[in-house]
Design a protein around this ligand. Structure first.
Ligand SMILES: Cc1ncc(COP(=O)(O)O)c(C=O)c1O
Length: 341
């Protein structure tokens, strides 16, 4: 198999920079289950403050963070509303159902990724004994790389509150949304009770997410995290990477977005490709079915990592810290070479 040189599969593939590794090596640590790790505490406080929330809990992954948010908000048999393609419903093995005994109440997405308010309202289970009692509405921003409209977020969370429901944001890439929308990330977070933020995607840390929200709920999530085997010990080493990422890698997400736009513009010039203009760092490309597999094979042989293909006609190209402007040039040139042959 050809080695991947230009890895567009995901923004999770970044490797920690020399500066980040130095920060990790020098981190002050302690046993975090005893509450003794000062670097973890600094990270939790820093993310909470940045998002305008009272408290944070360091999690090993976005999946763990979403799951613990859902479990902290809901009890066994309760329902949570999420998009049919939301990560916390469709791409986390249904953990909330089989680990937490929660009842998902999925709602279809509109073409722009939002959920229709009428659909959310119709999915809310209340006193009817035939249906699960809804406790939570979970939204996602960015969703498939799209920045969700602030007005819609305001309306959807207000609707949830009007029905006495809690709200959670899967903000795995919420900093991408903030940078692309030129809006304070705390403004995006404001209407939500909890927000999960990933450090190991565009921010370039090797691991970690932080769940933020109100203190008592976060204390519950921290307790549940231990039951799931997520009690962490001297993980200041990992939290230091997160702190470094917050300090150095947020504003530069604009570079990833610019690279994604340039990649999209280059690929869109090829008649066999239909490209959705990206809001952030994820470019969706539909390949003419007759050329799809051959194009994927070609890209693989040329050292490009791209998600999709092999029978499927849609590809996902993700830009990040470790694909620079030269990688964008190489990708566009390779695609032009393939389709002009
Ligand atoms: C929107 C979203 N939420 C949550 C996750 C889960 O993160 P992790 O892979 O760290 O479990 C991902 C992962 O790609 C994601 O894209």
């Amino acid at each position: 198999m050809t080695q991947i040189r230009d890895d567009f599969r995901s923004d999770t593939v970044t490797r920690p920079s020399a500066g980040m590794r130095r920060a990790m090596a020098e981190a002050e640590v302690g046993d975090d289950v005893f509450g003794d790790d000062p670097t973890v505490q600094r990270l939790e406080a820093a993310v909470a403050e940045r998002l305008g929330k009272a408290a944070g809990v360091f999690m090993t992954s976005g999946t763990q963070s979403n799951l613990l948010a859902l479990l902290a908000h809901c009890g066994r048999g309760d329902g949570y509303i999420a998009g049919m393609e939301a990560h916390c419903y469709a791409h986390e093995q249904g953990g909330a159902a089989w680990i937490g005994s929660l009842q998902p109440q999925p709602v279809p997405h509109q073409p722009d990724g939002t959920l229709a308010l009428a659909d959310i309202e119709a999915a809310i289970g209340d006193d009817d004994p035939h249906v699960a009692t809804t406790r939570l509405v979970a939204l996602e921003n960015t969703f498939h790389g799209k920045v969700m409209p602030q007005v819609w977020i305001g309306e959807a969370t207000a609707l949830a509150r009007a029905h006495g429901l809690a709200t959670h944001l899967d903000g795995a890439r919420v900093f991408n949304a903030a940078v692309a929308g030129n809006i304070d990330v705390a403004e995006i977070a404001r209407p939500f009770d909890t927000v999960s933020v990933c450090l190991s995607k565009g921010l370039g840390a090797p691991i970690g997410s932080v769940l933020v929200g109100e203190a008592a709920l976060l204390a519950k999530a921290r307790r549940l995290r231990k039951a799931l085997g997520g009690g962490l010990r001297q993980v200041g080493i990992l939290a230091a990477a997160g702190l470094y990422a917050l300090e150095h890698n947020v504003e530069r997400l604009a570079d990833d977005h610019a690279n994604a736009r340039r990649l999209a513009e280059g690929l869109a010039r090829i008649p066999d490709l239909a490209v959705t203009p990206p809001d952030t760092n994820i470019v969706w490309v539909s390949v003419a079915p007759a050329r799809s597999k051959a194009f994927s094979d070609f890209l693989g042989a040329e050292g490009f990592g791209v998600t999709g293909g092999y029978g499927k006609t849609q590809q996902r190209w993700v830009t990040h810290l470790d694909v620079d402007s030269a990688a964008i040039d190489r990708a566009i040139a390779a695609a032009e070479r393939f389709f002009s042959a």
